[in-house]
Design a protein around this ligand. Sequence first.
Ligand SMILES: O=C(O)CCC(=O)C(=O)O
Length: 280
Amino acid sequence: MHRRVSSRRMVSSFINFTLLPRDIQAYKRDGVICLRGVLSPAECAEMYQASMEFMIENKGRIRYAKDDKRFFSAGFMSDTIPMFERFAKHSQLPCIAAQLMDNVKMLRFFYDQLFIKTPGAQARTAWHNDLSYWPFRGNDLISIWCALTPVTRKSSGIEYILGTHLNKILYRAITPDEDEKFIDPSRVACPDFSQNPSILSWDMEAGDVLCHHPLTVHGSGANNSLTDQRIGLSLRYLGEDVSWYPSNYVMQIPRDLKQLVVGEYPADDKVFPPIYIHND
Ligand SMILES: O=C(O)CCC(=O)C(=O)O
């Protein structure tokens, strides 16, 4: 069983969620793990509500899949909406991220991203690995994809190709709207892994989370449910070995980046807020 322990020092408001050694080993071996019941029902309900409001009230830039507007995504919600910011910094997610980065004592929040597939959405999330989209190099970056609704492989659960993080291949990025700005001709297109024997996907309840390494190849299929919407909220964190490498083909970060130095650790607290981890 996972152990939930309130922080005695009360330095931060988040709760410790202690991973088992086998979770950490599986993350290192497979490049992904699924953790059950990480978010409380109250957190799920709050973030579900915040996500729906963000989308319905058009609170930020929304990208629609090229051929199917029933799949859409948005990013950087926490830059403008306190509820998303609180969740990114004070939920148990940073604590989990830190444990998967060999127990770093401080990490930095990168950004958050919402992925919604409404009932019947046929658009796939193309096979990809996340680091190709980001202006960083390094090993200690992590995505934590939180299920805000139940999801199965049939309703667009994320599919992973286990162990692909170990190949260290950065595939060409491709966004759901196929934005040409991301298409880097110097990189190889990600192969179609649909028949790969190492595919793994988990049926998830709202509140379960997937933690994946930035090089692990993943994607998701259609939402074949005709009744249920599928909402995933991804949080990205940076560890200690990360360095700043912007390029024309990666995502542009809507923050003041003037202090960042190419090739160096991104030590600007305003751009990438530090989160201190207290284990006891
Ligand atoms: O929700 C999806 O379909 C894609 C999620 C994803 O690629 C990610 O969070 O890195």
